[in-house]
Design a protein around this ligand. Structure first.
Ligand code: CTP
Length: 419
């Protein structure tokens, strides 16, 4: 990520007051950030503050001869690895959608070949307004990524959808987009236009009583990164997630679930036309045998000891591998010992096409960390995916799996034609 340059367009909405914090979070993540302000934005945030937090000269006008001499607007467009606009007002969204280039921010948009990420922010009625929605659809079709907006209280006193995503959410979106473009597939087998992908992610939660449940430490990050990577390759992605605190990757359809039973139901409801299932979720294997309607009271227990009776939950991925008309299935395993052997056995036992395994006894990877290191095991051998950010690992997992899917489709087709 070091040395990557983000040109940050800031347009005139009240949410511009959050941009110094956004710049601070981006620079402390290792990015170079060049802020570019529209005239209206200057009413909400000062260029002195932005210069101080970015360590860069803040650009404001196409007509600043001094600044243009050091880095002209076309050079700014070329210099960016990612062009972010936050907040993006209804006005700038309309300009981008219609090719209007009448100030520095809109000129950079017209001239850049870098990916573009917008964080819309506006009054909720303005966000719902037909032309704004049409313009956003147009920009999505043009390949622009959108993060947010969130729902909640607005500066204008109204409540609804239109609040700019929080700085940390924008930083996550930046990381995701940059990880995706840094790993663009070069082989045609790696692209996934027209491929339908289902991903399970996160933990599941098994209720004991209204206030207690059994769960595990899965953060959902690897599954979300797999969904984002598949989407970036053009796949249609449905992400079925247990309770996690992660933002939905742009362009991914997310369905939230709580229990294993719910995950099982949603998976089967969405299998129609599915080409590939990535079962990344850390599904609870057991649940309390009895679900208590009222909170279990300690005072009602007769002894100091208390035991909990558990029963097995449904195995979601195995319920899919058993189907006659099954998608290509990539399962995941987190092991602590005899890692590869357990994973190989699990692949056969669960009838998975591929299993992706990591060693969770290594604290630097897996469950709650940002990085991972895995081995992908399939019929034809093992693929080591070295230590890297989960987004990067996800891109390799998705690429390898798509190649294996393509290979299996070819062999099915050729078996069909000779048989
Ligand atoms: N899995 C599932 N439903 C379950 C348990 C696991 O779909 N009830 C899926 C996971 O999403 C993963 C794979 O099965 O893709 C392997 O999960 P893991 O927890 O390692 O397997 P277990 O069957 O629980 O094996 P064990 O506890 O013996 O290691």
């Amino acid at each position: 990520m070091a040395n990557q340059t983000i040109v940050l367009g800031i347009t005139g909405g009240i949410a511009a007051y959050k941009t110094p914090e956004l710049v601070r979070q981006l620079t402390s993540s290792g990015y170079r950030v060049i802020p570019v302000l529209t005239e209206a934005a200057e009413n909400f945030v000062t260029s002195d503050t932005l210069a101080a937090v970015s360590g860069e000269r803040v650009r404001k006008s196409l007509w600043d001869v001094e600044a243009e001499r050091s880095m002209g607007h076309i050079e700014l467009a070329r210099a960016s690895d990612l062009f972010v606009v936050a907040p993006a007002t209804a006005n700038v969204i309309a300009k981008f959608a219609h090719g209007v280039a009448d100030d520095l921010v809109s000129t950079i948009y017209a001239a850049t070949q870098a990916p573009v990420l917008l964080a819309p922010a506006m009054n909720q009625q303005m966000f719902k307004h037909g032309p704004t929605q049409r313009n956003l659809r147009q920009l999505t079709e043009d390949g622009v990524r959108i993060v947010g907006p969130n729902s909640g209280d607005q500066a204008c006193g109204e409540v609804g959808v239109g609040r700019m995503s929080e700085p940390h959410e924008i930083v996550t979106a930046v990381r995701t987009v940059l990880a995706q473009i840094g790993n663009r597939p070069t082989n045609p087998e790696g692209t996934a236009t027209g491929v339908r992908v289902l991903v399970t992610a996160g933990p599941t939660r098994e209720r004991l009583d209204p206030v207690r449940y059994l769960t595990n430490a899965s953060s959902g990050r690897q599954g979300f990164a797999v969904a984002a990577a598949a989407q970036a390759k053009g796949a249609e992605v449905i992400l079925i997630s247990g309770p996690v605190s992660l933002d939905t990757p742009p362009g991914v359809h997310r369905i939230d679930v709580e229990s294993t039973d719910e995950m099982h139901e949603r998976v089967h409801e969405n299998l129609d036309g599915c080409d590939i299932l990535f079962a990344v979720a850390a599904v609870a294997d057991f649940r309390p045998k009895t679900l208590h309607d009222a909170k279990i009271k300690k005072s009602a227990q007769e002894s100091e000891e208390w035991s909990l009776e558990l029963e097995a939950t449904v195995d979601v991925v195995t319920s899919v591998t058993k189907l006659e008309n099954r998608p290509f299935i990539v399962g995941f395993a987190a092991e602590t010992n005899d890692v590869l052997q357990h994973a190989r056995d699990k692949r056969v036992r669960k009838r998975l096409d591929v299993i992706v395994v990591n060693d969770v006894s290594d604290k630097s990877i897996g469950f709650d960390s940002l990085e991972n290191k895995v081995t992908l095991i399939h019929d034809g051998g093992d693929v080591e995916i070295p230590f890297a950010a989960k987004e990067v690992v996800a891109e390799r997992i998705v690429s390898e799996s798509l190649s294996l899917l393509a290979r299996s489709e070819r062999s099915t087709a050729s078996n069909g034609s000779t048989g």
